[in-house]
Design a binder for this molecule. Structure first.
Ligand code: AMP
Ligand code: ZN
Length: 675
């Protein structure tokens, strides 16, 4: 590809757009990215800056539209033509066979040895309709009541899996239907963030998706990494069969999940159903069944639809991972960050293969409803790997005279008055001496994904805290054999084992220690990124908020939380105590420094650049591993000279140092980034 002249913004914008689109496709449709998120964001940022400066360059299908636009006052209605129908459900194989038999009766003798079907996974998300005109995505809508939905075009633009432009050769008008969903990992990320921030958790990915898609501010939607699959051509040129249509959708760049299968007769459909009944749990998204569709479109036409659903398709629903039970009590737990969480205890019930006895009420839906009562019959659910939650109260079965639950005004563990911070829904115990907070702090520190100290289960920690043997994390390293061995149920062997496990934790890797410290909003992933970037606890502790935000994915909130943590004298004492006890993670080899394309190079900038500011150029160079120096010397690797460069340029010339003009610099920078 020829280097775009940086002085020609239109060409530069076109180049950036094609690069961004290429990387989006590599990432979302093909699943093999070539560059990291950060480089991608950089391309996007450059394009956005360009378009801001030259609004005429901001064409309608620019990928920058994916980051969201001005909030809307409301949604415009969209009439669905054809209507967005729902599907008839079947809940067992008998019902499915009954559906097949009805088709055969309708078709009379023509079925022969069975129909050709296509079986697809039923993705549990939000149904959407997408319109492309002249190859461009022009409108996206929710299902609404099936006849009329909401225009959520701007929000759907933020879903990177959906193409904004179709390749040449695609029909001039194409209406497709699909499902927008939130991947499990993203759901967990969002919830983990909320948990660390003390915010109520979301109940399941579907609800967050539905809520996100109906946000008026598309910039908010863009922060949620929603995904999508497309499963139907609703209007536009069709081939003879659904399976051929799916193939075409793939060619046009639509995200079609590759699990779909052509099945000869219901027998093959049944094996598809059996095969996916367990396997679907390992997918990155939630599914609640299988959709069975007739493959032959002409045949579909003949069977038609009822007022509600097509006759040629049916959903087979897997057993829901929900169950009903009765609330026996509601207790309040105090977490590591002091957050008070009401927990419902109920009659044991089997959900998704395991017995469930309690569920947290700490999630948005529950809290906004705020009305799970002792004695209530509730529907509980397990979403993904997460702890079960109460989905719904069966109000029709509420016993008479039941009382609404009230959050205590005082900490159930230490009796101190609880606080409620601005903008937070949760109440917190802010007493640093609170035994519950201490206990949870220790529990988190020793947990498997943190310092992984075996032999310290919840009960034992509670015992040690209650006996005054342990008050805080550093105390772990001062435990001694005799008092431990003397505890009821312990003995010398368990004492020795525990001490050995504790000793072994002294040199756990930095990310584990960081995560284990329980810094608000610092989950496992954030801890990893921080450790990689700073290399040591000491370096991290000294970083300013600005320096922290240089790290990928670290925003102002996390940076502020880290600063607050390291500035807190109590935490400083704790860290000093840990260091004194010999807790010292091995130094991290920062892969970046040595392997970056400009590692070891010293660069000097002079003159005015056109396509970016000097600061920006310096930042980019630094990100590529170069040191940016203020003056030219023999050690200078090269000089980037813009317009009106002065004495530095002269000096570089006299020393015979390589000089790049702006165009050359930009062109080379592209190669460096690729490396
Ligand atoms: P229901 O909402 O239960 O009537 O089921 C119909 C909905 O299932 C459709 O509106 C789609 O949103 C959704 N769905 C999910 N996956 C598929 C699929 N592969 N084919 C058709 N519909 C699907
Ligand atoms: Zn307390």
């Amino acid at each position: 590809m020829s280097a775009a002249n940086p002085r020609d913004p239109a060409r530069r914008a076109a180049f950036l757009r094609s690069e961004i689109e290429r990387h989006e496709r590599l990432y979302y449709a093909l699943g093999r990215p070539e560059i990291g998120d950060r480089e991608f964001d950089r391309l996007m940022a450059e394009l956005m800056a360009l378009e801001k400066e030259r609004p005429e360059l901001a064409i309608a299908d620019s990928p920058t539209r994916r980051v969201g636009g001005e909030p809307l006052a409301g949604f415009e209605p969209v009439r669905h033509e054809p209507a967005m129908m729902s599907l008839d459900n079947t809940y067992n194989l008998d019902e499915l066979r009954e559906w097949g038999a009805r088709l055969e009766r309708l078709a009379l003798a023509e079925a022969g040895d069975g129909f050709e079907f296509v079986a697809e996974l039923k993705v549990d998300g939000v149904s959407t309709s997408l319109l492309y005109e002249n190859g461009l995505f022009v409108r996206g809508a929710t299902r609404g009541n099936g006849a009329v939905g909401d225009d959520v075009t701007e929000n759907l633009r933020t879903v990177r899996a959906l193409p904004l432009r179709l390749p040449a050769g695609a029909p001039s008008r194409l209406l497709v239907r699909g499902e927008v969903y939130m991947p499990r990992a993203e759901f967990e990320r969002v919830n983990r963030e909320r948990e660390l921030a003390g915010e109520p958790l979301y109940a399941n990915p579907r609800n967050v998706t539905a809520g996100s898609i109906r946000q008026l501010d598309s910039r908010q939607v863009a922060t949620r990494r929603l995904h999508a699959i497309v499963y139907q051509i609703a209007d536009g040129p069709q081939r003879a069969t659904h399976s051929e249509n799916l193939e075409r959708l793939i060619e046009w760049g639509f995200p079609v999940h590759d699990s779909w299968r052509k099945c000869h007769g219901l027998v093959e459909v049944e094996s598809f159903i059996a095969e996916w009944s367990e396997r679907r749990h390992s997918l990155g998204f939630e599914t609640d069944g299988v959709v069975v569709k007739l493959d032959d479109l002409a045949l579909r036409e003949r069977f038609g639809a009822t007022s509600k659903a097509p006759r040629w398709a049916v959903a087979y629903k897997y057993e829901p991972e929900q169950a009903e039970t009765q609330v026996r009590g509601i207790v309040v737990q105090v977490g590591r960050t002091g957050v008070l969480t009401p927990v419902a205890e109920f009659d044991p019930v089997l959900v998704a293969g395991s017995t469930v006895r309690r569920a947290t009420l700490h999630n948005y839906e529950d809290l906004s409803r705020k009305d799970v009562r002792v004695g209530d019959t509730v529907v509980i659910e397990k979403a993904g790997e997460v702890i079960p939650r109460v989905v719904e109260v069966r109000l029709d079965r509420r016993p008479e005279g039941s009382e609404p639950f009230r959050m205590p005004t005082h900490c159930p563990e230490c009796g101190e008055k609880v606080a409620r911070f601005e903008g937070e829904v949760a109440s917190r115990c802010v007493n640093p001496e609170c035994p519950a907070v201490r206990q949870e702090t220790i529990r988190h520190y020793v947990s498997r994904n943190a310092m992984d100290i075996e032999g310290l289960g919840d009960e034992r920690i509670a015992q040690l805290v209650a006996d005054g043997l342990l008050t805080d994390i550093p105390g772990l390293y001062h435990l001694t054999r005799e008092p431990l061995a003397a505890l009821p149920g312990w003995g010398e062997k368990s004492a020795d084992n525990l001490l050995a496990a504790i000793a072994a934790s002294r040199h756990r890797p930095l990310p584990r220690l960081l995560f284990g410290l329980g810094i608000r909003m610092v989950g496992e992933r954030t801890a990893k990124l921080l450790a990689q970037h700073f290399g040591s606890l000491a370096a991290l502790a000294q970083a300013s908020e600005e320096e922290l935000q240089v790290v990928e994915e670290i925003g102002p909130k996390v940076a502020a939380s880290l600063r607050a943590f390291f500035a807190d004298p109590r935490q400083q004492r704790r860290l000093a105590a840990l260091a004194a006890a010999g807790v010292e993670p091995p130094a991290i080899e920062r892969p970046t420094a040595a392997t970056l394309p400009l590692a070891g190079k010293t660069v000097v900038l002079t003159g005015k650049l056109e396509s970016m500011s000097r600061e920006e150029a310096a930042e980019r160079l630094a990100a590529l591993g170069a040191r940016v120096a203020g003056s030219v010397s023999k050690k200078t690797s090269f000089v980037v000279a813009g317009e009106e460069a002065g004495s530095k340029l002269d000096k570089a010339r006299s020393l015979g140092i390589e000089i790049l003009d702006e165009a050359e610099f930009v062109a080379r920078a592209r190669d460096w980034i690729r490396k």
